[in-house]
Design a protein around this ligand. Sequence first.
Ligand SMILES: Cc1cc2nc3c(=O)[nH]c(=O)nc-3n(C[C@H](O)[C@H](O)[C@H](O)COP(=O)(O)OP(=O)(O)OC[C@H]3O[C@@H](n4cnc5c(N)ncnc54)[C@H](O)[C@@H]3O)c2cc1C
Length: 503
Amino acid sequence: MEGPVFDVLVIGGGINGAGVAADAAGRGLSVCLVEMGDLASGTSQASSKLIHGGLRYLEHYEFRLVREALAEREVMLTRAPHIVWPLRFVMPQTPGTRSRLKLRAGLFLYDHLAKRRRIPRSRAINLADDPAGEVLRPDVRHAFSYWDCWVDDSRLVVLNARLAADRGALIRTRTRVTALERGVDTWTATLDINGGRETCRARVIVNAAGPWADTIGALTRDNAPNAATKLRLVKGSHIVVPRIDGADDAFLFQNTDGRVVFVLPFEDAFTLIGTTDVPATGSLSDATCSPEEQNYLLTAANCFLASPLVATDVIWRFAGVRPLQADETETNPSALSRDYHLELSGHRHGDALLTIVGGKITTYRCLAEAVLRRLEHLFPGLAPGWTAIASLPGGDIPNADFGVYLESLARLYAWLPEPVLHGLARRHGSLTRDVIGDARRLEDMGAIFAGRLTEREVRYLAEKEWAMTPEDVLWRRTKVGLHLKASHEHGAASAAIAALLVR
Ligand SMILES: Cc1cc2nc3c(=O)[nH]c(=O)nc-3n(C[C@H](O)[C@H](O)[C@H](O)COP(=O)(O)OP(=O)(O)OC[C@H]3O[C@@H](n4cnc5c(N)ncnc54)[C@H](O)[C@@H]3O)c2cc1C
């Protein structure tokens, strides 16, 4: 058998796999990450894009998870201020929903369970003299405000993969693991790459296949203990509409079924509404938002909005499958724990297989640390955790102040149109200069798509961020696809980007 033996083979390039790969590589382990599709092409591109404590989890007494998640908001605001920022949430209180006393108590806990430095505290607001009042029906009078954070979920995955690669990890996309074989001191994984076969050897396997996690154990000849009985797959959908007038805050609406629905400012021109909790059936790779789910979301939002939405307002919809820890006693999918759980089978090199069950985008970094703690005994002398204070690529912005940083870029690149520069800065942070390179005027940046994505950036995404298809570029590395209004615009941009990617 030829080729290197990696310390760790990570299966799955979602947020958990990318986070584990980065942490492990930074501690000196040799790491290979394989992803059968594109980075973030699974659940991690389809989240509500919140770094949040999860206010509603308090009702399920998930204090450990909420405390960890609340603290992570501050960590992520410092590590990646280009893709993570604070967001004010307005939560109306109307008759028939949770009482004001209950909300006040929950928010008090939310404010105090973890240290806050940059996140303001919650408060009661008077909708008569708050801008949020204009978005809501006039009879909605009472509300509270609190703060969580926004994150670009797909970019968070890609930046973790970039961080891992910068620390020596090998990242292989469009590479599916099809078989796993135990050995004396190494595993041998069979990989399918565009129909071709290769093998990869590693001492330890980390199964970070998210909703597919239960298929990985079955790839071993002896059918290793797997996550099948530990996973419950729950689909969640979102719809996107043009930005609701004045809705620049986020809103949390309490629905009559006890669930909550988020209405979130998305990109600069849209509103994102989600989510649902329905059992996932059918193929995991193409989960879609059903007409019933769309209707549920519109109805829930319209209970509160001053200007009701209709189905024709919906310009995009997407769905993802949550890989949750199973609990046979729980019939309500919304009540299933969002915490993570790690299953380790085998305790020596060539036998150890660690499976990740559950997890949130918010807590991926803590999850990765927990994974490394579980594997520590297999790698004596392993370096300590390091990610809490390490910037993600592009995140080393002075004082983590994105606004000031953007102003400095605007002075430096006055020749770049605002939407192009803003997009570059949000996506690449301090690496914006690397993307612009030696360009001195707009023409040097090449073709421009939707007035906001340049040919030069597309080349950078291919070279440094593993983008291989127009969809990778338009819907995951960026969300420029949303700004291509008509399908012919989308088709033309896709064709032009495809041509750039093959060069
Ligand atoms: C609707 C919805 C809303 C959510 N909102 C939030 C939120 O606002 N905040 C938050 O913190 N969390 C949120 N979550 C949870 C969060 O999105 C998930 O917990 C997280 O993305 C799971 O990441 P993962 O890496 O485990 O899985 P995935 O992202 O699915 O990654 C697993 C990867 O493994 C790959 N894979 C599978 N099998 C193989 C194989 N054989 N070989 C190679 N690769 C393979 C897949 O292609 C996939 O890319 C939400 C989830 C959903 C569904």
